[in-house]
Design a protein around this ligand. Structure first.
Ligand code: AMP
Ligand code: ZN
Length: 138
């Protein structure tokens, strides 16, 4: 289902033009208008899902492979040596457009650091307790 008020629904379905890298029955892959690096792309499902928790089964089964395919093409053509697949869910996680999308961010030698965090500390007992907490929600 599409939401006519959703900008990514409109882009994914070709209502609004975009710099399209790839398109099939399920997805359109476009270039991000505020690229973190040259070639930064967004994989957009053609159906509206708010985030990964809502993502339909077919889309979920295909999106990771598509991310790999786009990343491999970037390595062949753009000269990047790696890429990050990033997917934000919720405001606190940095999601700003509430139509599921996966970022494919090319990474270049000597490029700036992105998608990094400082490792924290946790003892095994604490890890066990947190694991139990999460399990309770499954
Ligand atoms: P997120 O923060 O994960 O929700 O990412 C949203 C991304 O969409 C950002 O990187 C924006 O630069 C990008 N973006 C928002 N609107 C557009 C648009 N109309 N065309 C291309 N990229 C967009
Ligand atoms: Zn949408």
């Amino acid at each position: 289902m599409n939401d006519e008020n959703c900008i990514f629904c409109r882009i994914a379905n070709g209502v609004i033009p975009s710099a399209t890298v790839y398109e099939d029955e399920w997805f359109r892959v476009i270039l991000d208008m505020g690229p973190a690096s040259k070639g930064h792309a967004l994989i957009l499902p053609k159906e509206h899902f708010r985030d990964v928790c809502e993502l339909g089964e077919i889309y979920a089964s295909k999106v990771l492979q598509l991310g790999g395919k786009i990343g491999a093409a970037m390595k062949k053509t753009l000269g990047c040596t790696g890429f990050n697949l990033v997917q934000n869910n919720g405001v606190s996680a940095g999601q700003t457009v509430f139509h599921f999308h996966m970022h494919v961010i090319p990474r270049y030698e000597h490029g700036k650091t992105m998608v990094a965090w400082e490792p924290g500390h946790a003892d095994p007992e604490e890890l066990k307790a947190v694991a139990e907490q999460i399990k309770a929600g499954l």
